[in-house]
Design a protein around this ligand. Sequence first.
Ligand code: UD1
Ligand code: UDP
Length: 371
Amino acid sequence: MDKKVLVVFGTRPEAIKMAPLVKELEQTPGFMPVVCVTGQHREMLDQVLQFFDIHADMDLNMMKEGQSLYSLSADLLRGMEEVFQKNKYDMVLVHGDTTTAFIGALAAYYAKVPIGHVEAGLRTYDKYAPFPEEMNREWIGRVADMHFAPTRLAAEHLMKENRTRHIYVTGNTGIDAMKWTLSAPFTHPLQHKLRKDTRWILMTMHRRENWGEPMSHVFQAIKQLIRENPDIEVIYPVHPNPAIQKAVSDGLAGEDRVHLTAPLDVVDLHHIMKRSYMVLTDSGGIQEEAPSLGKPVLVLRDKTERPEGVIAGTLKCVGTDTRAVVKGIKELLFDPRAYAAMAKAANPFGDGTASAQIVSAIRNYFDASGE
Ligand code: UD1
Ligand code: UDP
């Protein structure tokens, strides 16, 4: 009988990174993937489902405006209870470190269904950075039966935490997704608005620990740089969270050559990244994607759980202090050697075959358990 694998996700980054895996499961004989989207995100999730042509079997439609971690977690747990009451599954796959992933794993544990954790083993070992993601991934790691680590370092973290069985180094499925997005056409009208003779800086910033002062310090840096350098343009697709929308509108709206947009379709985002001079971000996924395109990334955080990019030379953590951000950007704008040292295509996060490796590991797991 086909193995029924429940794939649970709900936010944009999870959707982007789970989509190639859903596709792989769909085309592998012996598996019956069932997609449950929690709807922790709405428009940002739907954009991804549409591009990858994924039809959710279940949609819990959980998003509420300005949702708190408490209410979201409670709603998700109740929603997942119904999912497990209605049907039986052979395995549940969750991704990374979101509330959807943590609650999905917790609910699967209550239902006593084996759990596979995709993008396992990332750590800063600082429980508030990133918040609440660092603890979410640690908790999932504690309860998961299969751990799909994107890199050797991530696998080592798990081994140090005494997870000794079923750890697989597969690369990150986000790199698989780029094969799809970059071979789709780039049609966003923004490309006609941006000048050809300017250097584009792609920026995103949404992490909870950066809300408030850190964000406004970064915005001050952007304003200073934009005023001093007529040949740069900033493209900032702004997260729809009302708290972030307000901060950006207070801090950056109306600035010349700062293009504030709604969240971009992932195809457009990847094409813009490919044409950008550099990237400024606190996003996790973007820290993995930009190195594979040879784009220097200044990370707007003090620590990263993706040190592989720092070691490869394409990522640098500049934090959120105005002066540090200005210095980091100026160095890349005016020091060709510093730029060249970072602008090298490196792909420490996988070779685009992570999904196939994960599916093959799951098949072996079922074969070995004799089911
Ligand atoms: C979540 C994840 C974070 C991930 C981020 C990716 C948790 C705790 N956080 O944070 O790890 O980096 O997603 O983007 O799981 N909203 C919309 N439309 C959308 C999506 C969000 O309007 O499509 C607004 C809603 O008002 C919502 C708010 O954003 O309440 C916050 O969304 P939420 O998923 O709780 O947090 P994120 O900051 O997006
Ligand atoms: N992304 C996107 N549109 C945007 C901004 C980001 O498609 O406007 C993609 C990005 O390429 C990456 C993922 O969303 O694949 C990262 O999501 P996000 O930064 O929201 O979350 P994180 O990775 O920090 O959890």
